[in-house]
Design a protein around this ligand. Structure first.
Ligand SMILES: NC(=O)c1ccc[n+]([C@@H]2O[C@H](COP(=O)([O-])OP(=O)(O)OC[C@H]3O[C@@H](n4cnc5c(N)ncnc54)[C@H](O)[C@@H]3O)[C@@H](O)[C@H]2O)c1
Length: 314
């Protein structure tokens, strides 16, 4: 099952991939297996907006991996909180006796503006896209610390930049970035690495008409549009296998320098994003008042070149 001329890069490692029954998660599981890793394939088999469930989704993925010579087991918990997360990590320990790699990939979306959001929408989107991610890391952490090593890849999204009409999902996916940075600092001293990916790939069950409209409107509104990079200028299709290559590479020693960093990948393009930095800064020993902020060398300086681009119709 190896997909390169090199020796398998992850021989003997044990990986869990959530949402690995289809899409990007399945391609990550396939490539991990091809590199010698043993797999827990977690997937609830639910719908793109959460809920539902179909155990055959994870099992069919496992069947494919095994048919190609891989070692994999299916796990069908919902990774929407700590209970499901603990069961997924426990499955790795029960079946393979260890855990080396966690890929938090399960995702759902309920596109819609903040004015239409229900509490249930927000709860389930945060639960699957953020709380479950923290839960898997939390339950893997004692094992990673005990063995002084482990790698984590968290699936974020360009939507976290603030896509139009997808508020809950954007909030969850940007939360993943903060989670990633902080986990890197918590577990880095123990030899653990944690990075995030903002992918773009076709073939997603989340690519509903409402999701596509959110992306199109975001581009029209001029939001930092990784979306505009897909398809790439060369017209090369952006598939889940391209995302998988970067996700798995981040789990290998070749990426040992990367910890707490975020990457994007869309077809032919892969990139690393900068750490957040202060764009302009000024100082007043007396502290700030409304009047001092009104001074041109302060307020106008801070807002120089900034414009509210979001006032027109989307
Ligand atoms: N495809 C893209 O262009 C794109 C862009 C940005 C971010 N992402 C992110 O990448 C990840 C994978 O996306 P995809 O396009 O392959 O999506 P997908 O919908 O094709 O696959 C996601 C999988 O997660 C599973 N899942 C959903 N809720 C679950 C739960 N509670 N417990 C366990 N499994 C659950 C689903 O059953 C599904 O098989 C997601 O986190 C998504 O938010 C994808």
């Amino acid at each position: 099952m190896t997909q390169s001329a090199c020796a398998p890069r992850l021989d003997g490692k044990v990986a869990v991939v959530t949402g690995a029954g289809r899409g990007i998660g399945f391609e990550i599981a396939r490539l991990l297996a091809g590199q010698g890793a043993r797999l827990v394939v977690n997937d609830l088999g639910g719908g793109s907006g959460g809920g539902g469930g179909n155990a055959s989704v994870a099992q069919q993925a496992v069947d494919q991996l095994r048919a190609a010579g891989g070692e994999a087991v299916a796990e069908t918990s919902s990774v929407d909180g700590f209970k499901g997360a603990e069961r997924v990590i426990q499955a790795a320990l029960d079946h393979f006796g260890r855990i080396d790699i966690v890929v938090n990939n399960a995702g759902i979306a309920r596109p819609g503006g903040i004015q239409d959001m229900t509490e249930d929408d927000l709860d389930i989107i945060l639960a699957v896209n953020l709380k479950g991610y923290a839960g898997l890391i939390r339950h893997a952490a004692p094992h990673f610390i005990g063995q002084a090593g482990g790698t984590i890849v968290n699936m974020s999204s360009p939507s976290g930049f603030g896509h139009y009409g997808n508020t809950a999902y954007a909030a969850a996916k940007e939360g993943v970035i903060g989670l990633t940075r902080s986990v890197a600092r918590d577990l880095g001293p123990h030899g653990v690495r944690c990075n995030a990916l903002r992918p773009m790939a076709g073939g997603s069950q989340m690519a509903t008409p409402k999701m596509v409209e959110s992306l199109m409107a975001s581009a029209r509104l001029g939001i930092p549009p990784l979306w505009n990079r897909w398809p790439s200028p060369q017209g090369f299709p952006a598939g889940p296998e391209h995302v998988a290559a970067v996700a798995v590479w981040l789990c290998t020693d070749a990426a040992a320098a990367a910890n707490g960093r975020e990457f994007f990948v869309a077809g032919q393009e892969v990139g690393i994003l900068p750490e957040p930095e202060v764009h302009r800064v000024t100082f007043d020993a007396a502290g700030w008042t409304l009047d001092s902020l009104d001074r041109p060398e302060v307020g106008a300086y801070l807002l120089g070149g900034v414009r509210n681009a979001f006032r027109g119709p989307a």
